[in-house]
Design a protein around this ligand. Structure first.
Ligand code: AGP
Length: 621
C-alpha cells in the first residue's frame, strides 16, 4: 500500500512533498521518489530504493535547487509488480520526461497495455504495471482527439485501466495543475488557503489543513492552487464527494482514527483479500506472480509440503483441506522450525510451499534452503516483494496487503489463506484435477469473500462487549473441526500473543481424549461451527461436543453461520458470520477471534501493536 502526495500552492513543493512522505513512512515502503514542476516548463524527478533518507541524500547530492517549484508530487512504494529497485521506484515518466505518474494499487490489465505500447515502439524502462499509464497519457496528449488536453488525455487512459488504483499525473506543460484518479484505493483532497493537496492519507497534509474531501469510486480530481474540480472518468461533474474535517491528530491519522494499527489492519482485511486475488484469474486461468515452474513440472509433483511459522503455519493448515480436495495430492503442513531436523523425504517431485508475511523468517528460510538442497521445488507465498524467501523460491505468489505494522498477523493471515487457495487452484488447473469451469467457479466464490468480510466487520460490537466481559478469565479454550480446527489454533494464538492469556486450540474430536478434563464451571470455550450446509456429520458431532462441555459448566461462545438455529440453545453467546462455501469459511470465522483478542488485550491495558517479547519478523532461528 503505497504513500502518495500531490501539491499545488505557494510553498516550496519539494519541502512539502518530502515532509509528507516522511509522515507516511509508517505505512512501510521499499523505495521513494518525487517529481517537481519547476515552473520554467521543466519536470525534475528523483527516486531511490530504500529509505526516504536515501532519496534525501540523492537530492542533496544533485542539489535541491534543481527542484525549485510550487507544485509536485511524491511516492513511497510498497512493491507489488517489480522488485524494490531505483528503476522500479516511482515517479515513472514517459520517454520525453515531460509527463510523470505515481501509483498506488494494481493495474490488472497492464500486460496487454504493455504489449500495445511495445508494439507501438515504446520502450518501457521498468518492470512495473504503473509505467504503462504514463506512456498512454503522453501518447493521448501528443496526438488524437485529446491532443494538448492534459486532463482529457488522463481521463481517456483511465477509462482503459482495470484493477484498483490511485494515480497522480503531472505534466511539464501544465506546471500549476495536478490530475489524480481513484478506483478502490483511498484518495483525499486537502483544501488549503491558496494551496491544494492530494494524498493517499490525511497524514500527508494534516499540518497544513484539516479541510478534506474524500473522493469516490472512479473519480478524477484536477487540483490547482485555488481549486479542485471532481468529475467521473467521463468528465461528468455531478459526482458525489465526501467533504469532512479532520479531527484526528497525526498519530491517530496514521492509524486511520483507530487506537492501534492492528485495529486498522483488521478493518483493511476486505481490501487486502481483494487485492491479493486481483489479477490472478486471467483469460480463464489462474496465474501466479512469478512462476518459474512449468505446468509439466507442476504435473510431476506427487507430494506437497507446506512450511511456515505461527499464523502463517495456521494458514497452511487451512490450505491443506482445499489443496488435497482439489488436487488429490498429499499435503503435509510442517512447522518450519521442525521441518529440516526430521530429515523429511523430499525429491524433485516434491513441492514445498513456504508461507511468510515478512519473507525473512529464519526458520522458514532455512526450511526453504533445505528443500532446495534436496532438489524439491519451492513456491513462496509472501507479502514482501524482494524479500529473501521469494528471491530463493522457484515460484512466488504475493499477498498484497501492504505493510502489516501490528506484530499480530491479521490482514496478512487472511490474505495468506486466499493466496494459498489460489495456489491450490493453480495446481488443480495444471494437473487437470479440476476443469477450467470448476476453477473459474472456485475463483468466483473466493472473489465474493471480501464483501462478506466487510459485512461481518460491521457486526463486531457484541464481540467487543463479550471480550471486555471475559477479559479477566484465567484461560479460554478454542474448538473446531475440519477447517475450523486451524482457526481455533489461530484464535488461541491471537489471545496468547495479545492478551498474554492462557489459551489453547483443539480439534474438537480430541476433547474426550484428555482436554475435556480442563472444562470447569464458567470456563469460556469458543467453538467454530462448520456450515450447516457442509458435511452434516461435522456439524452434528460438534454440536455434541458443545453439549458435552456445556454439561460440565463451560461458557460456550459459538461462531456459527447466520441462520444456523440448531446451535442457538447451546450457545451462551452466539456470534453469527455470513454463509460461505465450507472451505472458505476461515476467511470469516477468524475475524471475530481477532477482534476478541484485541479487545481483551486492550481491556487488560496492553499495547496491541507491540506485544511483549515479540517481533514482527523473527530473523533468528
Ligand atoms: C502471528 O500473529 C505472529 N505475527 C507470528 O506468529 C507470525 O505469523 C510468524 O512469526 C511468521 O511470520 P512470517 O509470516 O513473517 O514468516
Amino acid at each position: 500500500m503505497c504513500g502518495i502526495v500531490g501539491y499545488v500552492g505557494h510553498r516550496n513543493a519539494l519541502d512539502v512533498v518530502v515532509e509528507a512522505l516522511r509522515r507516511m513512512e509508517y505505512r512501510g515502503y521499499d523505495s521513494a521518489g518525487i517529481a517537481i514542476l519547476d515552473g520554467r516548463g521543466g519536470l525534475a524527478v528523483e527516486r531511490k530504493a530504500g529509505r526516504l533518507a536515501n532519496l534525501e541524500a540523492e537530492l542533496d547530492e544533485v542539489g535541491r535547487d534543481r527542484f525549485a517549484g510550487t507544485a509536485g508530487m511524491g511516492h513511497t512504494r510498497w512493491a507489488t509488480h517489480g522488485r524494490p529497485t531505483d528503476r522500479n521506484a516511482h515517479p515513472h515518466r514517459d520517454a520525453s520526461g515531460r509527463v510523470a505518474v505515481v501509483h498506488n494499487g494494481i493495474i490488472e490489465n497492464f500486460a496487454p497495455l504493455r504489449a500495445e505500447l511495445e508494439h507501438a515502439g515504446v520502450e518501457l524502462a521498468s518492470d512495473t504495471d504503473t509505467e504503462v499509464a504514463v506512456h498512454l497519457v503522453a501518447r493521448a496528449y501528443a496526438e488524437g482527439p485529446t491532443a494538448g488536453d492534459f486532463v482529457e488525455s488522463a481521463r481517456t487512459v483511465l477509462r482503459r485501466l482495470e484493477g484498483a488504483f490511485t494515480l497522480v499525473f503531472a505534466h511539464a506543460d501544465h506546471p500549476g495543475t495536478i490530475v489524480a484518479a481513484r478506483r478502490s484505493t483511498p484518495l483525499v483532497v486537502g483544501v488549503g488557503d491558496g494551496e491544494m493537496f492530494i494524498a493517499s492519507d490525511v497524514a500527508a497534509f494534516i499540518e497544513f489543513t484539516r479541510d478534506a474531501v474524500e473522493l469516490g469510486q472512479d473519480q478524477v480530481v484536477v487540483i490547482t492552487k485555488d481549486s479542485y474540480v471532481v468529475t467521473d472518468f467521463d468528465g461528468n461533474p455531478d459526482v458525489p464527494t465526501q467533504p469532512f474535517t479532520i479531527d484526528w491528530d497525526l498519530a491517530a491519522a496514521e492509524k486511520g482514527g483507530h487506537d492501534y494499527f492492528m485495529l486498522k489492519e483488521i478493518e483493511e482485511q476486505p481490501g487486502a483479500v481483494a487485492d491479493t486475488l486481483r489479477g490472478h484469474f486471467v483469460d480463464g486461468r489462474i496465474v501466479l506472480d512469478e512462476q518459474r515452474l512449468s505446468d509439466q513440472e507442476l504435473r510431476d509433483i506427487d507430494k506437497v509440503f507446506v512450511v511456515a511459522c505461527g499464523s502463517s503455519y495456521h494458514s497452511g493448515l487451512v490450505a491443506k483441506y482445499a489443496i488435497e480436495h482439489w488436487t488429490r495430492l498429499p499435503v503435509e503442513v510442517e512447522l518450519a522450525s521442525e521441518f529440516r531436523y526430521r530429515d523429511p523425504v523430499l525429491d524433485r517431485s516434491t513441492l514445498v510451499v513456504a508461507i511468510s508475511q515478512s519473507g525473512e523468517t529464519a526458520d522458514t528460510l532455512e526450511a526453504v534452503r533445505h528443500a532446495k538442497e534436496q532438489k524439491a521445488r519451492v513456491l513462496a507465498v509472501c507479502n514482501t516483494n524482494g524479500a529473501q524467501i521469494p528471491r530463493e523460491a522457484d515460484a512466488v505468489l504475493y499477498t498484497r496487503t501492504g505493510p502489516e505494522i501490528g506484530v499480530a498477523s491479521t490482514k496478512a493471515f487472511l490474505a495468506q489463506m486466499a493466496a494459498n487457495l489460489l495456489v491450490g487452484l493453480a495446481l488443480a488447473q495444471a494437473r487437470g484435477t479440476k476443469y477450467p469451469d470448476e476453477v473459474a467457479r472456485e475463483y468466483e466464490d473466493l472473489a465474493a469473500m471480501p464483501e462478506r468480510i466487510a459485512q461481518l466487520l460491521t457486526t463486531m460490537e457484541p464481540v467487543r462487549e463479550l471480550a471486555r466481559e471475559l477479559s479477566a478469565s484465567p484461560a479460554v479454550l478454542f474448538l473446531g473441526r475440519h477447517v475450523g480446527y486451524p482457526v481455533a489454533l489461530e484464535g488461541a494464538l491471537k489471545l496468547k500473543e495479545l492478551a498474554y492469556m492462557h489459551a489453547e486450540g483443539f480439534a474438537a474430536g480430541e476433547l474426550k481424549h484428555g482436554p475435556i478434563a480442563l472444562i470447569e464451571d464458567g470456563l469460556p470455550v469458543i467453538v467454530v461451527m462448520p456450515s450447516p450446509k457442509g458435511r452434516a456429520v461435522l456439524h452434528s458431532k460438534l454440536l455434541s461436543n458443545i453439549r458435552e462441555i456445556q454439561a460440565r459448566g463451560a461458557r460456550t461462545v459459538v461462531i456459527a453461520e447466520e441462520g444456523d438455529e440448531t446451535v442457538r440453545p447451546f450457545a451462551d453467546h452466539l456470534i453469527e458470520i455470513p454463509s460461505s462455501p465450507s472451505l472458505l469459511q476461515p476467511l470469516l470465522s477468524t475475524v471475530p477471534l481477532q477482534v476478541f483478542a484485541a479487545e481483551v488485550a486492550q481491556s487488560r491495558g496492553y499495547d496491541v501493536d507491540k506485544p511483549r517479547n515479540l517481533a514482527k519478523s523473527v530473523t533468528v532461528e
